[in-house]
Design a protein around this ligand. Structure first.
Ligand code: ATP
Ligand code: MG
Length: 602
């Protein structure tokens, strides 16, 4: 590992990408870059000051769906490296495929990146400077690059049918066969290509191909298609073009025009790197791109257990109403994670912890939940909620406390407030009737049971010690009320309270001031840890119990929650007031995750 380059180099855990960046900074690989700030215009590379940004990375989604947790890894990586090295990360839409792209997706992607805590509106110094880019803004430049390749004998218009092209491409063991159109003159190719651009040929009738090497062992080098005819309205350029560049051609040009230094992508693009290099080198030779050209580096994509990370498959879940939209709290989309209650800090922490490597692996879903708990442990206010309520009646209340009396109670909202601060206090009351969990009473206690059973004493957390006396049942034998007596002068905080020793404290909510709430209990969307591995039908392992709705009672402080506010429901785990459906007087909470990992693995 290289020594830090300067005092700004942070002490982040190293990885192979930081190693590469350190090396490039040390060797001054990109020191000669000039920055004029408007990629794609002709003067861009000629003018400008030496680029003061040490590195330029980019996050280049295609706006064809909502981002998911895998993209979060790429966002944290690219924006994070730029932040840590005094560089800039470009927010760029790779919008070269008009049929599948929509403004709705563009907006949602920008929202997601912002929400995760990253931005594109300032430079390495924090000065205002926009770094939002669209590949479609470079269509003119890409077109010129294509004409240059044609003139240089490095591209040709191929009129073979798609079937012929496929057959002649060969495979791993067979070299490809030259197209009959491969030896056409540059002048003929140029005429044909301009006809393509001018709409004189039907969709799919011909393509422009790079002329590389039909016998290359890497099939990606066997004259890849670089432009196709497609009459489709583009979300940015409208109907200006009826030919569109292919990803393999467009992406390296985008990177080079924006003077990206480190073009970081997932491993499936490894086999495309030779063409990436071939293209930027040829175009740099022709003066269409400036040296030093960017280099591509691949890392292992995020695979998370019980989760699918493919926009196409996630879209299928939405389109087929398997879930209730892109932001369904069970979705691994960023909008879904957000609505579920995961915080940007937890997702960033998760991405830092999983790191980057070149070896594919599966990350256990619990890693994300642990990051969430680590983030919320000291931030989320505590509160009591009864999720499976049965009424507890304190039969001696009127006599010892007074008929209708409500006794004020209070507990800290944060058991461990930040140093030098005091916890806010939650206020609530106890009266003759309270809600308790049905599972906290047993008529005949199993061995070791410490909660309510006739003759046993427990503390109502933050309230009185009570002694259970029995229960009331309906005609079906269902318990409708648990009965107990209050042990006076035992309220928490009251002097002398400790004189009555009990083995358990149970959670509860007052009937008088508790508020009914809808609580949505979410679990994994799939029962299979690798739902789509090896082309498996992921819909075969949908978890039928991934969403359960209960009517709960919550203490007043929870009922006053703001939408999106996170809490720890004592004993149950972390919950969030639903961003969309929670409202004053009608609380709706989503379960984010339990207090610790359950026995899901069984
Ligand atoms: P999908 O396959 O889900 O449609 P994609 O790779 O086609 O995703 P893009 O919009 O092209 O989606 O992705 C933008 C960036 O996010 C790319 O650089 C891509 O490599 C990265 N990315 C996508 N999925 C993951 C993942 N699971 N882990 C890490 N990075 C990812
Ligand atoms: Mg993809």
């Amino acid at each position: 590992m290289n020594a830090p380059i300067d005092d700004n180099t942070p002490s982040k855990p190293s990885n192979f990408l930081r190693g590469i960046i350190d090396r490039d900074l040390e060797q001054g690989t990109y020191a000669s870059r000039r920055w004029a700030g408007s990629p794609g215009d002709a003067a861009h590379h000629e003018q400008g000051q030496p680029d003061p940004a040490k590195i330029r990375t980019r996050f280049p989604p295609e706006p064809n769906g909502y981002l998911h947790v895998g993209h979060a890894k790429s966002i944290c990586l690219n924006f994070g490296l730029a932040r840590d090295y005094g560089g800039v990360c470009h927010m760029r839409f790779d919008d070269t495929n008009p049929e599948k792209e929509e403004q709705e997706y563009v907006d949602s992607i920008l929202d997601a990146v912002k929400w995760l805590g990253f931005g594109w509106s300032s430079n390495f110094n924090g000065q205002p400077e926009s770094h939002l880019y669209y590949a479609s803004n470079y269509f003119d430049h890409m077109y010129r690059a294509a004409e240059y390749l044609i003139e240089a004998g490095l591209a040709y218009v191929d009129e073979q049918t798609p079937e012929e092209m496929r057959a002649n491409r060969g495979d791993f063991s067979t070299p490809g066969k030259d197209s009959p159109f491969r030896s056409r003159s540059p002048a003929d190719n140029l005429t044909r290509f301009r006809e393509m651009r001018d709409g004189q040929h039907p969709d799919g009738s011909m393509v422009l191909r790079a002329r590389v090497d039909m016998a290359a062992p890497n099939i990606n080098m066997r004259d890849p298609a670089i432009y196709r005819i497609r009459r489709a309205t583009h979300h940015n350029t409208g109907d200006k073009w009826c030919i569109y560049p292919m990803y393999t051609f467009a992406h390296p040009i985008e990177d080079a025009l924006e003077q990206i230094t480190h073009s970081i992508c997932t491993l499936e693009f490894e086999d495309q790197r030779p063409f990436y290099d071939w293209l930027v080198d040829r175009l740099a030779e022709g003066g269409l791109l400036k040296q030093p050209t960017p280099r591509q580096y691949e890392f292992a994509r995020l695979n998370l257990t019980y989760v699918i990370t493919s926009k196409r498959k996630l879209k299928q879940l939405v389109d087929e109403n398997v879930v209730e939209g892109w932001d369904d709290p069970r979705m691994p989309t960023i909008v879904g994670l957000r609505r579920r209650g995961y915080t940007p800090e937890a997702i960033q922490l998760f991405c830092e912890r999983i790191g980057v490597s070149k070896a594919d692996s599966w990350i256990d879903y619990s890693t994300l939940d642990i990051a969430l708990r680590d983030d919320l442990e000291h931030k989320a206010h505590r509160g009591m909620a009864v999720l499976d309520p049965v009424k507890l009646v304190l039969t001696n209340w009127d006599e010892v406390m007074g008929s209708g009396h409500l006794e004020p109670c209070a507990l800290p909202a944060l058991p461990h407030p930040p140093e030098g601060t005091e916890s806010p206090v939650r206020q609530f009351t106890i009266g003759k009737e309270v809600w308790i969990e049905r599972e906290d009473f047993e008529e005949v206690p199993p061995k070791g049971y410490k909660r309510l059973f006739p003759g046993n004493k427990v503390r109502l957390k933050g309230g009185y010690v009570i002694e259970c006396t029995g229960c009331v049942k309906d005609a079906d034998g269902q318990i409708t009320e648990v009965l107990a007596t209050v042990v006076p002068d035992t309220k928490s905080g009251t002097p002398g309270a400790d004189s009555v020793k009990v083995k358990a404290a149970i959670t509860w909510v007052g009937v008088a001031d508790g508020v009914a709430a809808e609580v949505r209990l979410y679990d994994r969307l799939f029962t299979d840890a690798h739902p789509d591995a090896g082309g498996k039908d992921f819909k075969a392992s949908l978890n039928p119990d991934s969403k359960k709705i209960v009517t709960a009672y919550v203490e007043p402080s929870l009922a006053q929650a703001q939408p999106d506010q996170k809490f720890q429901f004592e004993r149950f785990g972390y919950f969030v007031a639903d961003r969309k459906d929670h409202a004053a007087g009608k609380p709706v909470f989503n379960k984010i995750t339990g207090m610790k990992d359950g026995n899901w693995a069984k």
